[in-house]
Design a protein around this ligand. Sequence first.
Ligand SMILES: Cc1cc2nc3c(=O)[nH]c(=O)nc-3n(C[C@H](O)[C@H](O)[C@H](O)COP(=O)(O)O)c2cc1C
Length: 379
Amino acid sequence: MKILAVNGSPRGENSNTDRILQPFLEGARGAGAETETIYLRNKKINHCTGCFTCWTKTPGVCIHKDDVPGLLEKVRQADVIVYATPLYIFTVSGLMKDFMDRVIPLLMPHIIKRGGQYIHPMRHQGAWPKKVVLISNCGFPERHHFSGLLETFRCYTSGPDMELSATILCAGGELLKVPELRESIQWYIDASRRAGVEFMESGRILPETQEVLDRSLVDDPEFFCRMANAHWDSAIDRQPGPVAATGDAPAGTLSPALPPPPAGAGKPETFQEAVTGQAAMFNPRAAGSLRADIQFIVTGQEPGEYVLRMAGGRCTAHRGTVPEPALTVHSPSEVWLQIARGELSGQTAFMKGLYRTDGDLGLLLRMSELFSGKNDTAL
Ligand SMILES: Cc1cc2nc3c(=O)[nH]c(=O)nc-3n(C[C@H](O)[C@H](O)[C@H](O)COP(=O)(O)O)c2cc1C
């Protein structure tokens, strides 16, 4: 069985759509399918002009000389077509819509009644695969965003020549591209792969797999929105303009700067080594003009209070507190130590509630680049 997948994301191979599509195709290949993916962003596809020349002056032939005739030939040879598209304003992406509009030459202009409804019949027998699969993802955490898209495809496939055989609609899809979340959302990728196998074996996705694929990637929409907004804040802060945080807090009860770890020191053994090691990993280029204090309120085996102060392209570690930190991290020392030792992802630990923060979450999201140990991050 030949499956032709058409990816309509402008992000192409690096799209969240592709992160769901490719496992589906992998599963199908494992069960004997031959698959091909076409990335529409790499193709020249003009808009349909609505002239109907393809129905009148040159029946079956469009006025445009671009990549579409070649694509339609590939579609003709396939047994299944997968429409894989991000959700754009409750429907397909513009790239996908242009492609979908350009199938008009394959239809006859006349309207006939078939199967209880009026349709344009196909110009040639077998010009289009009967089986249609829809794969999409959207940014918002709620599935109702797909209702318009789904209705479009239900109508699109309601004639006798097509059937909507399977759908995978992933809400909260932007999480698919977060490397730190890869492990925790692997269940969705596995379900998509399983769906590919089931589709080949039974022509549909089995209900238990469908139930998994219908779950949103987002458990807690409130938390998701806070993280998403913090992400946007941190992205906006990187533009030239006002500095991200004041960081002008008075010294308060701050100790003098703690000595950095000796050159060649291994992984930190204590919280103080973790925090001085972090200051040593400061990346001034990533920080730019950032001035901010990060306050640590440490509980657990090594309770204490520490501050990382970033100002003037330098970062120093101190014991003590500041009255107005940009960000406060409340963490057991063991948790932060594990993060500093690279044994636990900071983002995963945060998602699991192993530590909590107050203040500028955008700063938290920037920590891996601010303390990357490099001096070459492009701003
Ligand atoms: C122009 C545009 C319109 C969008 N419209 C919606 C929308 O209506 N609902 C939604 O939940 N997400 C919407 N999004 C978010 C995308 O669906 C989301 O970023 C998705 O993960 C992109 O997938 P991709 O990486 O496969 O392109 C929109 C994004 C863009 C750029």
